[in-house]
Design a protein. Structure first.
Length: 87
């Protein structure tokens, strides 16, 4: 049986993220995320705006966050996302 979960309605501002870094989790898709990060490193700054669909400034900020994903702090989905499924 497969359970399909729809996308969240939005994201809540995290008041106090967990102290756990993404790199310290037992993430089953780690190999694939590392591959995506390697590909992100190949993207030129001129292409970021069209890839992220935002202004150049926001695209560069999003890109830096994505490239540094393994040093980012984690939180539970129930704390991060909003909507009926998460209440």
């Amino acid at each position: 049986m497969k359970i399909l979960i729809p996308p969240s309605e939005g994201k809540a501002k995290i008041q106090k993220p967990q102290d756990t870094l993404f790199q310290d989790t037992d993430f089953v898709f780690e190999k694939y995320v590392k591959q995506v990060v390697r590909l992100l490193n190949l993207i030129d700054n001129e292409d970021l705006k069209s890839i992220y669909g935002t202004s150049q400034e926001k695209a560069e900020a999003f890109h830096r966050q994505n490239e540094d994903i393994f040093n980012s702090r984690c939180d539970y989905a129930i704390n991060r996302y909003t909507g009926v499924v998460y209440e």
